[in-house]
Design a protein around this ligand. Sequence first.
Ligand SMILES: Nc1nc2c(c(=O)[nH]1)N[C@H]1C(S)=C(S)[C@@H](COP(=O)(O)OP(=O)(O)OC[C@H]3O[C@@H](n4cnc5c(=O)[nH]c(N)nc54)[C@H](O)[C@@H]3O)O[C@H]1N2
Ligand SMILES: Nc1nc2c(c(=O)[nH]1)N[C@H]1C(S)=C(S)[C@@H](COP(=O)(O)OP(=O)(O)OC[C@H]3O[C@@H](n4cnc5c(=O)[nH]c(N)nc54)[C@H](O)[C@@H]3O)O[C@H]1N2
Ligand SMILES: [Mo]
Length: 631
Amino acid sequence: MAHEILRIQKTYGRDSFAIVSTGQLLTEEFYTLGKPARGCIGTNNYDGNTTLCMSSAVSGYKRSFGSDGPPGNYKDFEHTDCLIAWGSNLPEQHPIIYWRMKEAQEKRNFPLIVVDPRVTMLAQNADMHLAITPGTDVVLQNALMHVILDEGLEDRDYIAANCADFELMEKEVQKYDPVSASKICGIDEDTIRNVARLYANADAAMSIWTMGINQSTHGSDGVVGINNLNLITGNIGKAGGTSLSITGQCNAMGTREWSSCSGLPGYRVLEKPEDSEEIDKFWGIDAEFFPKQRGLTETDIFPAIETGQIKGLWLIATNPMTSMANTERIRKTLEKLDFLVVQDSYADVETTQYAHLYLPAATWAEKEGVFTNTERRVNIVRKVTDAPGESQADLWIFNEVAKRFENGSKIKFPQALSDVFDEMCELSKGRLLDISGMSHDKIEAQRGIQWPYTSEEADRGVEPPAGGKRLYTEAGTFRYADGKAKLIPLPFIDNNEVPDDDYPLWLNTGRLVEHFHTRTKTGKVGNNKYSPIPFMEINPDAAQELGIVHSEYVRCISRRGDAVVMAMCTQRVPENMIFIPFHFHDCVNRLTLGLLDPHSRQPAFKQSAVRVECVEDQQATAQMSMEMRGF
Ligand SMILES: Nc1nc2c(c(=O)[nH]1)N[C@H]1C(S)=C(S)[C@@H](COP(=O)(O)OP(=O)(O)OC[C@H]3O[C@@H](n4cnc5c(=O)[nH]c(N)nc54)[C@H](O)[C@@H]3O)O[C@H]1N2
Ligand SMILES: Nc1nc2c(c(=O)[nH]1)N[C@H]1C(S)=C(S)[C@@H](COP(=O)(O)OP(=O)(O)OC[C@H]3O[C@@H](n4cnc5c(=O)[nH]c(N)nc54)[C@H](O)[C@@H]3O)O[C@H]1N2
Ligand SMILES: [Mo]
C-alpha cells in the first residue's frame, strides 16, 4: 500500500492520492488517522463522508458562532416552551432522543411544530405540520423573522449584547413578507404568522434539525437561518432555547472534533499557522509539511478523479457506490483509479468490487474507544469480542501504515488506547472542546461526560454534571474575535432541479427505522425481514392517475438513470412527490443529482425530479428484484 501511494505521489504529486474517511470510527482512531493522512502521506485531499451528512451543520455553526459545536443538550427538551423540528424524523432515526423529547413534552405539553414535506412519524405526532416545498426552508425562516421584526417581538437586549450585523440581516428579511414567501415555500401566510408569534413569545424556544436541512443546496444557509431565528429571539445558551443539530452517524461529532479532515485535531484549522505549529511540535513533524489550506471535500474528490487530478484513493468505513448521488458517475470514477484501497468491516461492500487492496477492519465492540454524541457527551465502548479472521482494529491499521513512511519514524504511536486518549486530552487544553479532565475510566463511571470538562476542574475535585451543559451561556462568548455571533443575510436563489413536464415528480429520499445506511449490517440480520426490498411511497391519487397499483413494481426515471422499486400507496407524500429510502444498492442514488451547497459542499440528496412508469411483466421484474437483493 505504502509503495503504491509513494509511486503515485512521485509521478503525479503529493495531492494526487486522496483519503475519504467516515463518521463511524472511534474518536481515538480519527485522531490517529490524522498522523498518516496529514503527517506522513501529507495529502491535502483528505475528507470524511460527513460531507454527505453533517458538513452543512458544521458550516452553519461556524458562520454564525465562529466555531462548530452544538450549543444545547437533551435537557433543553425539559425546559423549552416551543420546539420546531426541521427535516428531522426522530421516532425512526433517533428513537432514543425521541423518547426523551416525548417524555418532556408529555410533562409540559409544549407545542411541537414539524417542518417536512412528508407526513413523517414525527409529523403525525406534531401540533402543527408544515409541509414545506422542498428546498425552501430558508424562505420560511426569513418570513418568520420578517413577522417577528415587523411586530417587534425580537429580543433587543440580547441582540445588542450578543450579535453583530443586525441591520444587514434585517434589510434582507424585509423582502420576505408572509404573502410573497408563502408562494415560494408553500406554507400559508397565517401559519407563518402564527408560528412566528408562538416561537418569539415563548419564554424559551428551540429548534432541532437533521438531513431535511443539511442535504440541500441551501443546507448551510438553512442552519444559519435557524441560528438567526434563535439569536434575534434570545434563544441561544439558555435552558430550553437552542439550535441543536441532531447528529447523523454515531460518531460524526468525534470526527468533527478530532479528525484532521477539514483541518487539524481539536477544531484546529490549517489556515492558522499557530494551529499547524502546535500540532507539528506535538507530533514531531515539520510544520512546512502540512498543507496551508483545506483541500478538496469528498464531493469534489470524485469529480477530481474524473478529470485525472486524483489517481489513488483510500476509502475508510464508507461505501460511496451506494451512498453517493449519481451511482453511474461514481462507478466510472472508481474504475478509473490507478489504486483504490477499501478498509471496511465487511468484504462484500459494493465498493470493494473496485478495490485493488482490501483491508479487513474490526468494528465497534471488537475494539475500544470513545464516541461523542449530539449533546457533546463523550462516551466509551468497550471490547466484548475478538475481531474475526485477519481483521484488525482501524487504529492498528493506521499506525502500521504511518510507520511505512519517512515521517512515520518521527511520530510516536501509543499502542494503548488510553494513551492515545491522553494525547487528545493534552491537545484539548484551553480549547472550546476541552476534555482534559476526562479519562476512559471516569467516562465509564459517569456514563458519559459532556465537554468542556477541564483538568483544572478535575484537579479541584469538581465532578462533571450529569447533563445540561451549554455553550455561549455568558454574553459576548461567541468564538468570533469580538465575542459576538453574526446575523447573516440569506438571499434565496432557487437553483434546484425542480419537477417539469418530462420529470413531473419530486424525488425525496431518506431513511427507514429498519435499516442503517447501506445495509452492510442491517441487511444481514433479522431487520431485513421487515424491509427486504426497495419501495417508493406514492400518493394514492397520483398512483391512480398513472395507472399504478399498490405493491406492483414500477420504474422510476431521472436524467441520470433508472431504478425499479415496489409502489407503496400512502398519504405520507403529497401528489407531486415520491419518497424512496436510500439504503439499497443500485437504487435511488442511480436517480439523484446531488447538487452541492456552496459553503459545505454537501449534496442535495432530497431534491431531484423523476417520472414513474408502470412495468409490464410483473413476474420477471419481481424475480429480478429478489435476485438483486440476494433472495
Ligand atoms: N434507523 C436509522 N437511523 C438512522 C440512520 C439510518 O440509516 N437508519 N442514519 C443516521 C444518520 S447518518 C443520519 S444523517 C440521520 C438522518 O436523520 P433524518 O434527517 O431524520 O432522516 P432522513 O430520513 O434522511 O430525513 C429526514 C426528513 O427530511 C425531510 N425533507 C426532505 N426534503 C426536505 C426539505 O426541503 N425541507 C425539510 N424541512 N425537510 C425535508 C424528509 O421528508 C425526511 O422525512 O439518521 C441517523 N439515524
Ligand atoms: N439518496 C440519499 N443518499 C444518502 C443519504 C440520503 O439521505 N439520501 N444520506 C447520506 C448520509 S447522511 C450519510 S451519513 C451517508 C452514509 O453513507 P456511507 O458512510 O457510505 O454508508 P455506511 O453504510 O454507513 O458505510 C459505512 C461503511 O463502514 C463499514 N464499517 C462499519 N464499522 C466500521 C469500522 O469500525 N471500521 C471500518 N473500517 N469499517 C466499518 C460498514 O460496513 C460500511 O461499509 O449516506 C448519504 N447518502
Ligand atoms: Mo448521516
